[in-house]
Design a protein around this ligand. Structure first.
Ligand SMILES: *Cc1c(COP(=O)(O)O)cnc(C)c1O
Length: 397
């Protein structure tokens, strides 16, 4: 029974199960202890928040850095920094993080959804160009699932049309896009420090810019005598050592990503989302793949359930924004066909396993192979009702 898949009762390929996040880091423990010793953990002001601002500023080479309470809030602050006002249109991908849609609504603006490219599911610059009108105030571009948006072209378009550009680098903090730190092609860029992200304080985010006017507007919202959407001293304390490790960790994750993708090459029904932008390093927050149900035999959700039972953290991707919101809340350009395909086919491998050793990485291949070899039995078990086709918890992160 050694090759019985875990979902049918076999021993999981990774008996330790889905790897935990965050990992226990000695430097983080030391940071906790020093904040405890100084008492800064319980104060409005200390040394950690200013130190974090300084370090992020150096990391992304931006003059103005505003930490805040989440990546979603950072997006909202960024939109306000771009002077987006009620009634304005913000062009964004129909396949994006759901919180971004709500951040646009939160400032009273209207999301103008455009389609993604067919090969890598990133926002299409041609579609953005077609969607620009005199109502457009800003473009919101997110690098997703290890792919990248063509930022040099988008930057040119934004300059020619005098439209603001906000760059969401929450899934690729610390990487390079077209030769620049991810987030710095935009008039403002954003990272998240949410609980599943590469650098985490449970909640948290940051918005950065080199544009003094954009920064001025962000400050007006954030500094109301007190700070409106704060990141605390305690949060900054645990982020500092993680920022020191970020580049090294990103390199390690990227090498692991390549190794996994290479090992899965024979499986044409699991096509990795490519990084198409030259001179870029792919984000490794979630490694995206396009899953072909016809060629695999299992439905996407059945396959994800089987992989999770093996201890491998695959999830289904985002829901396309036009599929899960009322038509009254957005505008759209054309029929969004590629976003529909992304909505139906994307699966993502969560990053914690990427810091594990080669043996653990090889187990991912073994788990994929094992589920593949038992696809018809697994499908039969679902179809006969022995297994419930449960909705996977989709955290939409
Ligand atoms: C995680 C994430 C955010 C922001 O997340 P928060 O949980 O609010 O910090 C924004 N955009 C993308 C693409 C993300 O993955």
């Amino acid at each position: 029974m050694q090759n019985q898949p875990a979902i049918l009762g076999g021993e999981p390929t990774r008996p330790a199960g889905i790897p935990a996040w965050p990992i226990q880091e000695e430097d983080v423990r030391a940071a906790f202890e020093s904040a405890f010793a100084s008492g800064d953990w319980g104060r409005y002001h200390g040394t950690a928040v200013p130190a974090l601002i300084q370090k992020v500023s150096e990391h992304v080479d931006c003059e103005f850095v505003t930490p805040c309470c989440s990546g979603t809030t950072a997006i909202e602050l960024g939109l306000r920094g771009l002077n987006v006002k009620p009634g304005d249109e913000v062009i964004m991908s129909a396949y994006d993080f759901r919180g971004n849609f709500h951040a646009v609504l939160a400032v009273g603006a209207i999301p103008m959804l455009v389609d993604v490219r067919s090969d890598d599911f990133q926002i299409s610059v041609e579609q953005v160009a077609s969607a620009i009108s005199d109502k457009t105030k800003a473009i919101l571009a997110s690098h997703l699932h290890g792919g990248g948006v063509e930022m040099p072209e988008l930057r040119k378009l934004a300059d020619q049309t005098d439209v603001g550009l906000l760059e969401d680098a929450c899934q690729c903090s610390g990487t390079t896009v077209a030769g620049r730190p991810a987030g710095t092609w935009g008039d403002a860029g954003v990272w998240s420090f949410g609980g599943t992200k590469m650098m985490t304080s449970g909640q948290g985010g940051v918005v950065f810019t080199n544009n003094g006017q954009v920064n001025q507007r962000i400050r007006l919202v954030q500094n109301r005598h007190n700070i409106a959407y704060p990141l605390s001293e305690l949060q900054a304390t645990v982020l500092l050592p993680q920022l020191d490790l970020l580049s090294e960790r990103n390199e390690k994750r990227e090498a692991a990503r390549e190794q996994i993708i290479a090992s899965l090459q024979e499986y044409v029904w699991l096509r990795p989302i490519p990084m198409r932008v030259p001179d870029s390093t792919p984000g490794t927050y979630k490694i995206g793949f396009q899953f072909n149900q016809q060629e695999n035999g299992l439905t996407r959700r059945q396959w994800v359930a089987a992989m999770r039972a093996e201890g491998v953290a695959f999830d289904v991707g985002f829901e396309a924004l036009h599929q899960c919101h009322s038509r009254r809340r957005f505008q759209q350009l054309g029929s969004l066909d590629n976003a529909d395909i992304a909505h139906q086919t994307v699966v993502c491998l969560h990053h914690p396993v990427l810091l594990n050793d080669d043996i653990e990485l090889n187990l991912i291949y073994e788990a994929v192979a094992r589920v593949r070899n038992s696809a018809s039995e697994i499908r039969d078990a679902f179809e006969s009702g022995d297994l419930k086709d449960v909705e996977q918890p989709n955290l939409q992160l």
